[in-house]
Design a protein around this ligand. Sequence first.
Ligand SMILES: C[S@@+](CC[C@H](N)C(=O)[O-])C[C@H]1O[C@@H](n2cnc3c(N)ncnc32)[C@H](O)[C@@H]1O
Length: 322
Amino acid sequence: MQKTAIALFPDAESEQIEFLDSLLSPPPKGNAVIWTSGERTDELKLQPREGLPSWLPGEIDLLEPEEKAGKSRAYRDGLLYSLDYSSVLTGSALLALSDQIDSSPTVLDACAAPGGKSILCSTLLKPGLLLSNEVEGKRLGMLRHNLTRCRIPNAYTQRMPVHELAEQARHAFDLCLVDAPCSGQSLLAKGQDVQGCFHPSIVKGNARRQRKILSSCSETVRSGGFLFYSTCTFSQRENEGAIEKFVADHPDFTPLKVPHLAEYRSTLSEFPSYRIYPHRSNGAGGFVCLLQRSSRESEIGSIPDALLAYPVAPPSSIDSPE
Ligand SMILES: C[S@@+](CC[C@H](N)C(=O)[O-])C[C@H]1O[C@@H](n2cnc3c(N)ncnc32)[C@H](O)[C@@H]1O
């Protein structure tokens, strides 16, 4: 962990210490909430909006530290989804697409459970079709529950390895989200015990898996479409390194600037990518890079009906926890 702190902040010993402190003795921080139905209640203690960035959409609030959304009536009634504020910051990169992407875009969320990025994307971009895929069977139920509870429109779920998605839906989506499985180092800043998350072999294994996932997922992106890559870890190898290798192998993808995240610009890549640190923000930490595929007219595919076999229906009853 110390080696990572030195690598991330080589000339700033005090910042290394602040970073390590925020992982080893994390202060309480409030989660974000996304109001998903247009309705909201006043039962939760929210941080004043004046303290939040001006670009943050009105459907998103930040809870006061210690406040929990999970037991609220609003949660029970499916009015909100609660997630770490870093996920909102990294996911907000999608706002940079609002005037570049088709209205009602088709979106694949390739690594979707428990559903945070799918729900955020639904709020920010209003997809005409959202296919939320989760390869782990035991996480699929949680994903379907959250999309159903929050009444996410135009949503479908799938459980498919990403290389199969690439075969079946080649060049079919306007946007593919890859919120990749990673070493999860930022989870320490939420007080979670993440064994071995700084161990080089864990990092290396994750980087290898991320390269494969990125490569498959990129094939689902139509000509001129977009690829979103995020993690909740600090490792350069899993973040800037993963994108560097991906772009070297896929020169038809170009990282894009996200102007409203300029203050989070990573200093560890030449290309635009963004890092959230726990000692500098309200969130636990994360990384995001948004890429665009170059335009070639022949490379626009369609989504086969078989992938849309599991629509998310409105909830009949809400009975299990988040
Ligand atoms: C960081 S989590 C996704 C969190 C989710 N996007 C959200 O915002 O709630 C990564 C997900 O990738 C899934 N995953 C693990 N191995 C994978 C693989 N080889 N291909 C695709 N997804 C994988 C995990 O099961 C996990 O649900």
